[in-house]
Design a binder for this molecule. Structure first.
Ligand code: ADP
Ligand code: MG
Length: 561
């Protein structure tokens, strides 16, 4: 076999290269992410093939990735000590699109091309286009490689225009070739050379995209990725201060997180998650509203920041990362969006987070109240999570008539424990403040009977009650709708205010009074009745049974406008 051979790129690769070279796409940084991830994959493969577990070996080069730049020569070098490639592998892997991560990209490309150049550029951004992305910055690439299985050192050279050359290195050249693994020499496009030979730029790109690659990455001999991918480490090896450090690294928040959820899950999908409950809320500035989501990694390489499919919005206060082996590195954002796998990760993750909150509520109430204080405004939207409705119901908190001030809180479990013998309903009352609730005519009979009423201060609380409906053996009932006869069964509380009884004369005048009020109000009311519930207030408004509460009615009127 001739040592030097020229090969034509397959038509589809030529097409891809042509697009990359001429694209308007500006975020060219991602080429480095792709090359580093290939290097990391090659190191993984080497470790796997040889059964090595250590980072370093006694009889060979360390497992690492080295990057250095030569400003004068306008060149960038990326070197790994991974598996390397044989000639067959070079042709097969680099020359054939079926074996490259670019295949998915090409599939979508046909559609995008029918649109316009911007659509194509956008597509490059949304995909990792694998090895070929190097041609967004390169005029020529020389890849030198030596397979760990032995054989000669080889060079692969191409300007990315139509063909590549594979050459077997003569002994003299082979001295510069890797002992094992792959060296990539990039002759940079002169317009981009300053940018991509600047060590600070290179470090920044690596920190952004490849910070958690498990092998050391050096830029001009300086180690760049210093924070370990904590989420992939066994829990028992991690010290609390490492979690704190990682949280700070992730969020820039110096405070201690309220809780850490660290999970390694194998079924129904493989993923590692490390998420935190921050001690304070996001704030509700409109600008902040979109500022949430978990960072999605695939095998330690960042795929997407603030992915919003990994958690429901009501848990959007949570910060952290998810890493899965079950996704390809170069998955598109679109494919991500309706990805079944992410849906499975999400439902598993939600269960772990709710479990953590339950544990906290049980074991450390003070901490739980801190959580509630910081995040309840967002968390309350969880009433829409029907799959976890019971668990959500257990976690919501309210101020109540049994409390001394508006700062105290109870859950439904607390209410149930305090309920009267024979009580089958949990009562709640909406009002803009504790004072308003206490003054409400609807609260009177409950005070008289010594029955607890939960005070709801926010409109969303009523939606929560509406969706929970039942808790344990109790039905949730608005104080406005509570049945007077049911309540009358209970004995009066000791300190109950006593209503004066009507004398026979007043009794006789009652129908006339009611009739006159009814006439005056006309069809604004359905009926006017004498009440057994009131003791202090002269009058109160009630809704006919089964209809929405008056506050809910107000909300619905506003919404339908
Ligand atoms: P992907 O990484 O998704 O397979 P790429 O286009 O990035 O797609 O790479 C194509 C193939 O080339 C890889 O699958 C691998 O077999 C081979 N390859 C690329 N870079 C290296 C490297 N540094 N060492 C060994 N093999 C490599
Ligand atoms: Mg790749």
């Amino acid at each position: 076999m001739a040592s030097k051979d020229t090969y034509e790129f397959k038509a589809e690769i030529q097409q891809l290269l042509n697009i990359l070279v001429h694209s308007l796409y500006t975020n060219k940084d991602i080429f480095l992410r792709e090359l580093v991830s290939n290097a990391s994959d090659a190191l993984d493969k080497y470790r796997h093939a040889t059964g090595h577990t250590a980072q370093a070996e006694e009889d060979g080069p360390d497992l690492e990735i080295r990057i250095h730049a030569d400003k004068e020569a306008k060149k960038l070098f990326i070197e790994d000590t991974g598996v390397g490639m044989t000639r067959e592998e070079l042709v097969e892997n680099i020359g054939t699109i079926a074996h490259s991560g670019s295949a998915a990209f090409m599939k979508e490309l046909t559609e995008a091309k029918e649109k316009d150049e911007n659509a194509v550029a956008d597509l490059i951004g949304r995909f990792g286009v694998g090895f070929y992305s190097v041609y967004m910055v390169a005029d020529e690439v020389v890849l030198t490689t030596r397979s760990h299985q032995g054989g000669p050192a080889l060079s692969w050279t191409s300007d990315g225009k139509g063909a590549y050359v594979i050459d077997e290195l003569a002994d003299a050249d082979a001295a510069n070739a890797p002992e094992r693994g792959t060296h990539i020499e990039i002759r940079l496009n002169p317009d981009l050379a300053d940018q991509f030979t600047d060590p600070e730029t290179l470090k920044r790109i690596i920190k952004t995209h490849s910070n958690f690659v498990r092998y050391p990455i050096y830029v001009d001999d300086e180690r760049v990725n210093t924070v370990p991918a904590l989420w992939r480490e066994p829990k028992f090896q991690i010290k609390p201060e490492q979690y704190k450090e990682f949280y700070t690294f992730l969020t820039y928040d110096q405070a201690e997180p309220i809780a850490v959820v660290h999970q390694a899950v194998d079924a129904p999908v493989q993923f590692n998650a490390l998420v935190f409950i921050p001690p304070t809320g996001n704030g509700f500035l409109p600008l902040e509203r979109d500022n949430w989501g978990l960072d999605l990694y695939v095998r330690r390489v960042l795929i997407q920041r603030q992915n919003k499919d990994l958690l429901p919005e009501y848990l959007s206060f949570i910060k952290g990362v998810v890493d899965t082996e079950d996704l390809p590195l170069n998955i598109s954002r679109e494919t991500l969006q309706d990805n079944l796998l992410l849906g499975k990760i999400r439902s598993t993750l939600v269960k772990h987070v709710l479990g953590e909150l339950e544990k906290m509520a049980e074991k450390d109430e003070e901490k739980y109240f801190q959580f509630w204080d910081a995040h309840s405004e967002i968390f309350k939207a969880g009433y829409q999570d029907f799959a976890n409705r019971e668990r959500f119901a257990k976690l919501v908190r309210f101020n109540s008539s049994t409390h001394d001030d508006h700062l105290q809180l109870t859950g439904l479990d607390g209410y149930v424990e305090r309920a009267k013998e024979g009580q089958k309903e949990i009562y709640y009352l909406y009002g803009p403040s504790r004072e308003a609730c206490k003054l409400s005519p609807h609260a009177e009979i409950f005070r008289k009977k010594g029955i607890e009423v939960l005070y709801l201060y926010e409109p969303i609380d009523e939606f929560i009650m509406d969706s929970i409906r039942e808790y344990k053996e109790f039905t949730l009932v608005s104080a406005e709708h509570a049945d007077a006869a049911t309540l009358e069964q209970f004995d009066d509380a000791e300190d109950a205010p006593k209503a004066e009884k009507l004398n026979p004369e007043q009794e006789a005048a009652l129908p006339g009074v009611l009739g006159r009020i009814k006439d005056a109000l006309g069809d604004r009311v359905t009926d006017v009745r004498a009440s057994k519930r009131l003791s202090d207030s002269p009058v109160c408004l009630v809704n006919p049974d089964g209809q929405v509460t008056s506050s809910m009615d107000k909300i619905m009127r506003v919404m339908s406008k």
